[in-house]
Design a protein around this ligand. Structure first.
Ligand code: ZN
Length: 166
């Protein structure tokens, strides 16, 4: 007889939290999902990230138990930043942000943060979003490209997206 191990969300959330460095008063968001490149980190206050995340939690709520457990863990992580952080900035675990990477553009519009341009070697409080040319993929599908640019025009993020024309 085979026993199927049931997924335990609470246990998974605890293990995930135990494997991470503590949250810091400011956190860096890096989107390294498969078809997106993020050559920069968007640094925001943990408190504001928490408020934003709570707002978008319902919108992007996943039906996958593991994703839901990761979201629950993320709320706890963001909600208890460490005071003993000696000025460094913790990175948001990709496991946490993966489900929300489609909303990265909303994040920069809705949460005031700082974006670092490696070419300028400067941090900017503004990110300009721009759209590259679209490619026709057939069957009404098009492939678009969203770009994030620093004020001097350097590319900070390149995120492809698909959309359908009726
Ligand atoms: Zn630049």
């Amino acid at each position: 007889m085979f026993w199927k191990t049931q997924f335990d969300p609470e246990r998974y959330a605890k293990e995930l939290l135990a494997s991470l460095p503590p949250c810091t008063p400011h956190v860096a968001v890096i989107d390294n999902t498969l078809d997106s490149t993020f050559d920069t980190a968007y640094v925001v206050p943990a408190e504001q990230m928490l408020a934003w995340f709570k707002t978008h939690l319902t919108r992007a709520a996943s039906s996958v138990p593991k994703d839901r457990a990761a979201s629950a863990a993320f709320l706890r992580w963001l909600g208890s930043p460490s005071n003993d952080y000696s000025g460094h900035v913790a990175c948001v675990e990709p496991e946490f942000f993966r489900q929300y990477s489609d909303y990265a553009s909303d994040l920069v519009k809705e949460v005031k943060g700082v974006c670092f341009c490696p070419t300028c070697d400067l941090a900017y409080p503004e990110v300009t979003t721009s759209f590259g040319p679209t490619v026709d993929e057939g069957g009404g599908w098009k492939l678009g490209l969203e770009l994030w640019l620093c004020p001097r025009g350097h590319e900070l993020r390149r995120a492809p997206y698909r959309f359908h024309i009726l």
